[in-house]
Design a protein around this ligand. Structure first.
Ligand SMILES: Cc1cc2nc3c(=O)[nH]c(=O)nc-3n(C[C@H](O)[C@H](O)[C@H](O)COP(=O)(O)O)c2cc1C
Length: 228
């Protein structure tokens, strides 16, 4: 019976939780006009709270006949006007990799950020374009020399006979680029996901979570709450 006495019911639980969330997230309580601004607010918060790599994001691709695959990448650039009026989210990879092959054959993708420390997720869906070579060159030039040599040595996603063989590949790449800057491998580049939909999910008490989905509407966005 004592347990029954402590039971407050979902409506009161939501009210109590409103107080908690409104206090802790006044600046970024799910707003409904601009998903890029909301992304920036949550991303900044994640940079403060995550123990590492707040920019780590799951990237889902699929073959043209609809067989999906997913892996982590690092978000390296993003913005509402990045590479055109639709904006986008940019990561870098080997275009000969599994993901690269799938993206080139079927230029659609989805991303999922999950920040455990914040108990929030953001889902993004959209279309894929390769970033301009000059942008990929500039980012490649900013990486450490060892990472640049690794990009030449790694035949990403292809079978590897042994780690020793890989060390041999790295030694060969190093010997080929002993002096001067290391150029970007032509197959190593960036991809930009231009969103057609973005969904923001915030943990709330008793799994009565808060969700808002934005969908592209001409040059702007419309948004709606979703049941959790
Ligand atoms: C946190 C994290 C970040 C990663 N970032 C990248 C990245 O930015 N680019 C990349 O090509 N692979 C990255 N990887 C490795 C990929 O998850 C994956 O193993 C690799 O890209 C091959 O994927 P694929 O065979 O599906 O093409 C990352 C892995 C982790 C765990």
């Amino acid at each position: 019976m004592a347990q029954l006495g402590a039971y407050v019911g979902p409506i009161q639980a939501i009210r109590q939780d409103n107080a908690r969330v409104d206090d802790s997230a006044k600046d970024d309580h799910i707003a409904h006009d601009n998903p890029f601004a909301l992304f920036d607010a949550w991303f900044a918060k994640a940079a403060d709270t995550e123990p590492n790599d707040p920019e780590a994001v799951a990237l889902a691709t699929s073959t043209p006949d609809g067989f999906p695959s997913v892996r982590m990448v690092l978000l390296k650039d993003h913005g509402a006007d990045l590479l055109g009026p639709g904006g986008g989210f940019v990561f870098y990879t080997n275009a000969h990799s599994r993901k690269g092959g799938e993206l080139l054959a079927n230029p659609r993708a989805a991303m999922l950020f999950h920040w455990k420390s914040l108990r929030r997720q953001i889902r993004i869906e959209g279309t894929i374009t390769r970033v301009p070579d000059a942008m990929a060159d500039a980012y490649f030039a900013s990486r450490s020399r060892d990472s640049q040599l690794g990009a030449w040595a790694s035949d990403q996603s292809a079978p590897l006979s042994s780690r020793a063989a890989f060390l041999g590949d790295i030694a060969k790449a190093t010997a080929r680029h002993l002096v001067g800057p290391v150029p970007r491998p032509p197959h190593w580049t960036g991809f930009c996901l231009t969103p057609t939909a973005m969904e923001f999910w915030m943990d709330r008490a008793f799994r009565l979570h808060e969700r808002r989905r934005f969908t592209r509407d001409g040059e702007g966005w419309t948004s709606s709450l979703l049941y959790p």
